[in-house]
Design a protein around this ligand. Structure first.
Ligand SMILES: C[S@@+](CC[C@H](N)C(=O)[O-])C[C@H]1O[C@@H](n2cnc3c(N)ncnc32)[C@H](O)[C@@H]1O
Length: 221
């Protein structure tokens, strides 16, 4: 079941683009999504037996894995169609899905999560301040915020979430905003986090002087 917590306008914007992408999102070859999933599994985060919040869960590819270990998981996304697929994929009773726009106060009480996972969502969020502030509010002391995003250098070279629209046959680019590495680091520090790790990731076969595909950042409260 999907619980609706904020009004998400249908038809336009980023949520609507993901509604259109949802049908093919899992089947489309997507090296960024695959590498991000691998990075999450390597991150050695406190997940086992913990209360997890995932923002921008999409079709639940990572939610499924997180739910196998967590005590509980709340997964937020503002795309109804992405969530529909996530709820079909993840049947675990520990998982709860909420349709919500993370730019608005999150539907969780203060200090109720141990670890927050944000995979490939923040390029779609123009201002990161609310995200960091809400993460601080809902995390317990020593809680972690794990961010994994398309590397800004990659964005500057034209990298952007995109898909082939099955209705029009055209390539659709999903609205995105550039955040420098320093925006993630300083945004986290200003909100009250400490930085535990910052990593930059290339595909295994990519030359060491190529532009990284992804960055990941682990913050602790
Ligand atoms: C590239 S997908 C990533 C999905 C999943 N995390 C993964 O790694 O496969 C980005 C997701 O973020 C969601 N999203 C983007 N902006 C959002 C917002 N402001 N509030 C909630 N969800 C958002 C989209 O609907 C989409 O499902």
């Amino acid at each position: 079941m999907i619980c609706k917590m904020s009004k998400v306008r249908k038809g336009t914007g980023i949520a609507a683009a993901y509604d259109r992408w949802a049908e093919t999102y899992d089947a489309d070859p997507n090296r960024t999504r695959e590498l991000a999933g691998e990075i999450l599994r390597l991150a050695e985060l406190p997940i086992a037996g913990r209360d997890i919040l995932e923002i921008g869960c999409g079709t639940g590819r990572n939610t499924e894995w997180l739910a196998t270990q967590a005590a509980s998981i709340i997964a937020l996304d503002f795309s109804e169609e992405m969530l529909r697929r996530a709820t079909t994929r993840v049947r675990d009773s520990k998982a709860r899905f909420i349709q919500h726009d993370v730019r608005i106060r999150w539907p969780l009480a203060d200090e109720t999560a141990d670890t927050i996972i944000a995979m490939l969502i923040l390029e779609h969020v123009e201002h990161l301040k609310t995200v960091f502030a809400e993460a601080v509010r809902v995390l317990r002391l020593n809680g972690r915020l794990f961010i994994c995003e398309l590397h800004p250098m990659r964005q500057l070279m034209g990298g952007q979430a995109q898909f082939s629209n099955t209705q029009t046959g055209e390539l659709e680019r999903v609205g995105a905003f550039l955040h420098n590495v320093s925006d993630f680091v300083n945004g986290g520090l200003s909100a009250g986090f400490e930085v535990r790790r910052l990593d930059e990731w290339r595909d295994p076969e990519a030359p060491s002087d190529s532009i990284p595909r992804l960055l990941s950042l682990q913050l602790r409260l």
